[in-house]
Design a protein around this ligand. Structure first.
Ligand SMILES: Nc1ncnc2c1ncn2[C@@H]1O[C@H](COP(=O)(O)OP(=O)(O)OP(=O)(O)O)[C@@H](O)[C@H]1O
Length: 646
């Protein structure tokens, strides 16, 4: 730690300027005092060095000395960047290249010692701009902490920051190539290697909240808040509700445990107590249940069903091969007496907070008890998803058979799944109807379902209606798709789902594009959360170390070495005060920036001042990171156990 000083009362005295090699060189050499403190006390007293930073490498704009404990304290430009003679080690391209620092986050109210960039002095999320990788960029000559040229081409591993901090690169970083080995094969279609990609060759020095993904440019600055860095409130609320629903228990519901099948904690999901036998021929109940393995499932119970043919239940095996995003996976089926009757139970995957299409579209919403008919775009999205589900089912030589609005569930916004597959195969096993006939019937059921949603009529009788008349508000495309589904084939059994999909191909593409946008949006949210997880781990580690009461009397523990610097760092991050008003600064941006830089161990230097203002330390994040690792390792030793990975 060449630049680190501990508790040295006189350490802030002005450094003497370097001895010039020749008088001529001196006036071209930037005075070290200007570098370190922003001014030179001896400027007017004969100091021979150059005091105009603009004549050499441009120093940071805010190089003015301010009081201790202020986050606006004078900046310090590492000698590595401005040592005369060494500047030639930086290629002109490297010097001009923009470091990877999303603006607006990088400066905060910190006392950073900027490398080359000049950042706005206060944290302003509104100013965040996208990172544009530099096309041509010479990384072969960069400087290490000692000011010597080093090879900066290194494989960058965002999950192992020590590589970034401790070693320097040897091969160009290619973010696309990097994941190829780890990526499961099913991701290959989307994430193919891009050999021609001109990688941002500069090693990414620290994690910041890179604004990746779709951007909304119509927001005015004041609308961008700290919430921009976290998952959106709506999504958070939705996920939390789902998580709560998943964990809900109802001990007073009086429902049995199914010990033989290892299910317990049943919670009824039916909101409707009037059980009709219209769909399956038996009253049915739906429960959420937890299995012994800790996972959650849905149990659909058919009350009073007696299994007369063991072969019926074997049908389930065939359903296990159906793997489609539009079908709720069928897990198992069994009979039980646990409910006090003879019940047939189907086990499905659980999708918390689902609603049936009937519950969603036919529930009255206005005071006249009406709900507006569904919008055509939404209906097209249902058509595409259900058609894809039918394709998967028919492709496995099965038929859906149950396409009632009360048996298609909405698991996410506009995301539908068939929720009662396999039931009729078991219940009507004896009827032994030909599969081709059942598959043709699926088209009719599908057409009826869409027609009832489009006309907002749950009880539509399709025999005597004119689709064109009923769906006047919809496009001819939509009307003809519904007509195709409802019209029996000229040659029995000749209709097939592939033909239907071909005829709606333009809507498939639109739907696919919407899914891509939705995925982009979710990924953007994921990026926001990515850094938060890291920071929680880092904060936990720091809190484990800082000011442990049991070691309070132990001077070695708290007042020396790494723990002392980390304590000062804690003050620097969390206890900053405004230089002018002396009021506490509660700047989340500052905290995020500092913690991210610590996590990455950057070479940026900061000045840490003791609370009494007596001593200061100039230290890099890289050194701080090393100290944190050492202090935590020491703590682990004292704890006598490994604390786990942080
Ligand atoms: N796999 C599942 N995951 C989560 N919830 C589900 C699942 N399947 C069904 N549900 C939910 O269970 C509830 C009851 O479903 P059910 O099929 O019994 O509908 P219903 O409207 O009660 O119809 P019926 O009157 O025929 O019983 C619905 O709110 C539905 O969203």
């Amino acid at each position: 730690m060449a630049s680190t000083r501990f508790n040295q009362p006189d350490q802030r005295k002005v450094a003497s300027s370097p001895r010039p090699k020749g008088r001529e060189n001196a006036k071209d050499t930037l005075c070290r005092n200007v570098l370190i403190y922003g001014h030179c006390r001896y400027e007017d007293q004969g100091c021979a060095f150059n005091h105009d930073p603009n004549k050499t490498l441009s120093p940071p704009s805010d190089m003015t000395t301010k009081k201790a404990l202020s986050v606006d304290s004078p900046a310090f430009t590492p000698a590595t960047l401005s040592v005369p003679g060494k500047t030639s080690a930086i290629s002109s391209q490297a010097a001009n290249a923009a470091p990877f620092t999303p603006r607006g986050l990088a400066s905060g109210t910190t006392t950073p010692i900027p490398q080359i960039e000049t950042e706005p002095a206060t944290f302003n999320p509104a100013q965040i701009k996208e990172f544009t990788p530099q096309q041509t960029y010479d990384v072969s000559t960069n400087l290490n902490a000692n000011g010597t040229a080093i090879d900066t081409q290194m494989p960058y591993d965002p999950f192992s920051m020590s590589t970034v901090a401790d070693a320097m690169p040897s091969a160009p970083y290619n973010p696309y190539l990097q994941d190829n080995t780890a990526m499961p094969s099913n991701g290959a279609a989307y994430y193919q290697a891009q050999p021609s990609y001109a990688a941002p060759a500069q090693p990414l020095q620290y994690h910041l909240y890179a604004p990746i993904g779709p951007h909304r440019e119509d927001l005015t600055p004041y609308q961008r808040t700290v919430h921009d860095f976290f998952i959106s409130n709506e999504l958070r609320e939705e996920l939390q509700k789902k998580s709560e629903a998943t964990r809900q228990v109802m001990p007073t519901a009086g429902l049995p445990r199914l010990d033989r099948e290892k299910f317990h904690s049943l919670v009824p999901l039916d909101t409707n107590n009037n059980k009709s036998a219209a769909v399956f021929g038996f009253p049915s109940w739906v429960y959420k249940a937890q299995k012994e393995d800790g996972k959650y499932y849905v149990l659909r119970r058919l009350e009073g069903f007696r299994l007369s043919n063991a072969g019926a239940i074997a049908k389930i095996k065939e359903w296990k091969h159906v793997y489609n995003g539009g079908v709720v996976s069928v897990v198992n089926a069994f009979t039980t007496q646990a409910f006090g009757d003879s019940s047939l139970i189907f086990v499905y995957n659980y999708h918390p907070m689902s609603k049936t299409l009937a519950e969603y579209h036919f529930a009255p919403t206005n005071r006249y008890g009406h709900r507006a008919p569904a919008n055509e775009q939404v209906l097209w999205s249902y058509v595409v998803q259900i058609a894809s589900a039918i394709k998967a089912v028919h492709g496995n030589h099965l038929a859906v058979r149950c396409l009632d609005a009360s048996k298609v569930i909405l698991t996410e916004k506009n995301r539908v799944r068939l929720s009662a597959c396999a039931v009729l195969d078991v219940v009507q096993f004896e009827a032994n109807r030909p599969m081709q006939e059942l598959q043709q019937e699926d088209f009719l059921l599908f057409g009826r379902l869409m027609l009832s949603l489009a006309s907002n009529n749950p009880h539509i009788i399709t025999a005597k209606i004119s689709v064109d008349g009923l769906l006047r508000a919809y496009t001819p495309d939509f009307r003809s798709a519904i007509s195709w589904l409802l019209t029996p084939a000229h040659i029995p059994g000749s209709k097939n789902i592939t033909d239907f999909l071909a005829s709606i191909s333009s809507h498939l593409v639109t739907s696919y594009d919407m899914v891509l946008h939705a995925e982009d949006a979710l990924r953007t949210d994921l990026y926001r959360e990515l850094e938060n997880g890291r920071l929680v781990r880092l904060l936990t580690k720091l809190d484990f170390i800082n000011e442990r009461p049991e070691y309070e009397g132990d001077m070695k523990w708290s007042e020396y070495g790494e723990r002392y610097i980390l304590k000062l760092f804690r003050d620097y991050v969390f206890h900053a005060i405004d230089a002018e008003t002396r009021r506490p600064k509660l700047d989340l941006g500052h905290v995020l920036v500092c913690l991210n830089k610590l996590d990455a161990g950057t070479n940026e230097q900061i000045r840490l001042d003791s609370q009494d203002g007596v001593s200061s330390i100039i230290v890099t994040y890289k050194e701080l990171k090393k100290q944190a690792i050492l202090a935590f390792a020491d703590l682990e030793k004292r704890a006598g156990a490994k604390g786990g990975r942080y």
